[in-house]
Design a protein around this ligand. Sequence first.
Ligand SMILES: Cc1ncc(COP(=O)(O)O)c(C=O)c1O
Length: 378
Amino acid sequence: MKYQTLILHNGNEIDKATGALNIPIYQASTFNQEDVEIHQKYTYARSENPTREALEKTVASLESGKHGYAFSSGMAAISSAISAFIEQGDHIIATSDIYGGSYRILTQFFNKFGVTTTLVDTTDLNNIKDAIKPNTKLLFLETPSNPLLKVTDIVGCVEIAKKHNLITILDNTFMSPYFQRPIELGIDVVVHSATKFIGGHSDVIGGVTVVKNDEYAKKIYFVQNGFGAILSPQDSFLLLRGIKTLKVRMEESQNSAIKIANHLKTLDWIEEVYYPGLNSHKGHNILKTQASGFGGVLSFKTKNVEQVKRIMKNVKLWAVAVSLGGVESILSYPARMSHYAIPKDQREKMGVTDNLLRLSVGLEDPDDLINDLEDAIK
Ligand SMILES: Cc1ncc(COP(=O)(O)O)c(C=O)c1O
């Protein structure tokens, strides 16, 4: 079965109880137990809910995994996945320009339990090898990274991880399973902010985690059920609905992103364009070996900060907002939004300077989006 068909027919789309073509919102916290001596599947909705279960099975299937878990946010998915594997005194190696929230929990929360993190530029595999210590447990990757779209060699990382017994977690938010399926490349745990491309409509905060290994699945379920940061039935329904159009949304935003990236490169007020779909992007060739597309997110630097302010003040079609992956195009300012949690000197070292803007390309006509940016700067 081709992937496009799997999105719609993965075995989790029809409600077994009624035959409905959409899994209903099972808005129930608890379930009648006919005989308490006999184990029944659904007892209490923190542990299992049929709408959430349909979503979890769908994402597991789309990520080529076996077990999926849905959380109340991407950060809940990421924190729960990390919690499932670490113990006091462990060491984590993470991509240096990860999402600001991931940076925050690694450096300001897990450190409270004696878990240390070394941030390295994972685009150079030697940096990972050099950072490994006897107590290193996890390799946390985000590729393409946020917001500079740096590409890490996934297979190279998996090889290092296997050699040193590290568990690999990869944040696949930017690519979505439509373009990149890290489990097929040997990654142990995939995490997503489902708020973004999986949901696709800027109306849900959610997260998912997918694994193939049964033991890892038990560990993640233990944290999901124990911490209880589960996704609600209503939000699970919305994500299931969003997923149905994943292919068309991803293809359309990518086509427009390519057009916009190529156009921005020709403008004299642009200092640099970061989009892995451009031949000139450092990660272009690696991405081609590990993903089937380049995604719908790009970033650019203007010549000065004044221009950034002018664009944000004057754009009409682009929403100036945090987040990405929705049907409507979004312009964000990483230095003040997604990466504000990272201290300025650290941020600048990562390349997240005050003249950097990030674009999440939605489904509007790309010419209108280009004109809007050009009018704004004028
Ligand atoms: C790459 C990435 N990972 C994780 C997150 C966190 O997800 P959420 O906001 O759903 O908690 C985000 C949010 O912007 C993100 O961009």
